[in-house]
Design a protein. Sequence first.
Length: 305
Amino acid sequence: MNALPLVLSAEVRDALACGKAVVALESTIITHGMPWPQNVSTAREVENLVRAEGGVPATIAIISGKIHVGLDDSTLEWLGTAKDVMKVSRADLAYALSAGRHGSTTVAATMICAHLAGIGVFATGGIGGVHRGVEETMDISADLTEFARTPVAVVCAGAKALLDLPRTLEFLETQGVPVVGYETSDFPAFWSRSSGLPVPLRADSAKEIASMISMRATLGLDGGVVVANPVPAASEIPRAEMEAFITQAVEEARRDGITGKAVTPYLLSRMLELTAGRSLETNIALVLNNARLATHIALALGAKA
Ligand code: PSU
Ligand code: MN
């Protein structure tokens, strides 16, 4: 058996040892989700916000074949510009580690690594889901099946609006994954506050969400929780405005033969161009908003223990 290739930063190790509120953060958003330099500045801002709210941030990435939980500033900067970084999901994780590669972790891989480190709450932008055109492509993000297996609560602004959101919700329901709207009865659509679809469950405080998470543990239920937190109104781009851009970007991806793990990065960077940078501003605002709520949930979970 290999030793577990897991490296905790001193800050994260101490925080976990004394039961502080630790919030996991992913790194695919840094390497494949946002352009430099906003990717690095956002990663830093998110970490600082978690600290300001009373938590400890744990950004997760794979460096030279080891899972690092908690990155220092120079590593964040390196990650934001490095070119040889794999986008690592569940399928790629063991390979990236055994081959000694560098990798950024998707929602699915970050959930696995957070759980290995003993972290139960994680903030991201928007989870992956069922892609538009799934009838042809079978493209369903491995994030969705991860929610059925790994007990981590993921705070997001819903699933990316580029996706087939009705099918994404159906898939999560089939897999037994709770999807909880925070202070909303609508499933958020990433850049927009509402998808026009009802969210299956609703909670109006971090404490309520923490109670549900601990009840799931009491019941011995497998899997995670999707906490869907709408982007602040001041930063949203209305759904009607986004829809034409989304249709165009999805059509271009099909035309250009983009498949597999390249699809989501392609679509996000096309949206950035089509909205002349507005989609990135909104993406940054929603990630920060999610990090705040994730910290409050982690604090509420700690208060109950
Ligand atoms: N949230 C963002 N930007 C991103 C992502 C999430 O605001 O780039 C990433 C996450 O890592 C998520 C991934 O897991 O997009 C989905 O990729 P795919 O559709 O290939 O599973
Ligand atoms: Mn995919």
